[in-house]
Design a protein around this ligand. Structure first.
Ligand code: ADP
Ligand code: MG
Length: 315
């Protein structure tokens, strides 16, 4: 008690050197010293995700959390802080749960703490299981539910793909990775990217490739590609990049060089060439995929209607 009172006195006298009260009370503040690294979970273009045990009692009773850190090489600090803010504002069963932050070096480095999903992404999970079509469609519907919620908040995801869908258990998936997510102001219908970096081109709609125009409808296109991945059980020999590269090489003998790849990809899509129908894909689902890949964005369905259609197919 005496120590605490003394500490309070000191803090009141020196507001700038004392740690803020919230640092001790805010459950979303994770302290670096209590985080024990367990293993690497994965990495993409911008982030690296690691499994930690958060163990303030230091007795192994803590909770497992997934910690995402911005890769040091690229300094996308602003968009990184946005990613954290966006995830913090989302609350849906099919979206990975934000738990908090951990700051280092006086707030210069911020790490994102989220719930840990033990089965990893669909890319790790699907090839190992012999999932039947009904379970694939259940996952597809859950992705639509998370996406419908995201769109209702006027966010577009821009990076929907099996690698960014996480698996909680055999009956539940959640959308993760909001690194490219953008807010679309009321009245606007699309977002035009300015920075051209590495992009997941094989998941992109035609208008994204041609004019860098991203919209709610371009997320639907990417959902179609994700649905294709789910029905091929993320078999890497049939992955969208491999399938499209085969088509690109077939149309340009010897294969196009570097920058030309996207030009050829656009030409293929404009000739209405699409990913092939997966082996055991039901006809109704094949139709959904084709509609998601309509050349005209306005012709593509909305997540709301896809949820109803999956419900009907699964009945
Ligand atoms: P990036 O923005 O760099 O693509 P992601 O957020 O997609 O990073 O994470 C990269 C990989 O880490 C994912 O594909 C997945 O395998 C793994 N991962 C990410 N978040 C979690 C989590 N909460 N639980 C378990 N694994 C995760
Ligand atoms: Mg990712």
């Amino acid at each position: 008690h005496i120590v605490l009172r003394k500490l309070k006195e000191i803090m009141l006298k020196n507001p700038d050197i004392s740690p803020s009260e919230t640092l001790y009370k805010d459950p979303s503040m994770y302290h670096k010293r209590y985080l024990k690294k367990m293993r690497d979970l994965g990495e993409g273009h911008f982030g690296k995700v690691t499994l930690y045990l958060y163990d303030p009692n230091n007795d192994g009773t803590g909770e497992q959390v997934a910690v995402k850190a911005l890769k040091q090489e690229n300094g996308h600090v602003e968009s990184w802080m946005k990613e954290i803010e966006i995830l913090k504002s989302l609350d849906h069963i099919n979206i990975v749960k934000y738990k908090g932050c951990c700051t280092e070096l006086g707030g210069q480095v911020v790490q994102l703490i989220m719930e840990y999903l033990p089965l990893g992404s669909l890319r790790e999970y699907l090839p190992k299981r012999k999932l039947g079509v009904p379970q694939c469609l259940m996952f597809a519907q859950q992705i639509c539910q998370g996406m419908e919620y995201l769109h209702s908040k006027r966010y577009i995801h821009r990076d929907l793909a099996a690698r960014n869908v996480l698996v909680e258990n055999d009956n539940l998936v959640k959308i993760g990775d909001f690194g490219l997510t953008k807010y679309i102001p009321e009245g606007d219908i699309y977002y035009r990217v300015r920075e051209h970096g590495d992009s997941p081109v094989y998941w992109y709609a035609i208008e994204c490739l041609k004019e860098s125009k991203f919209s709610f409808s371009s997320d639907i296109w990417s959902f179609g590609v994700t649905l294709y991945e789910i029905l091929t059980r993320c078999d890497h020999r049939q992955s969208p990049p491999i399938r499209f590269c085969d088509m690109i090489e077939a149309s340009v003998p010897g294969g196009p060089s570097g920058q030309m790849t996207v030009v050829v990809l656009i030409k293929l899509l404009e000739r209405n060439l699409r990913l092939p129908c997966p082996k055991d894909c039901p006809n109704e689902v094949k139709i959904i995929m084709e509609q998601c890949w309509a050349a005209e964005p306005a012709q593509r369905p909305l997540f709301r209607s896809l949820i109803e259609r999956f419900e009907a197919i699964r009945r």
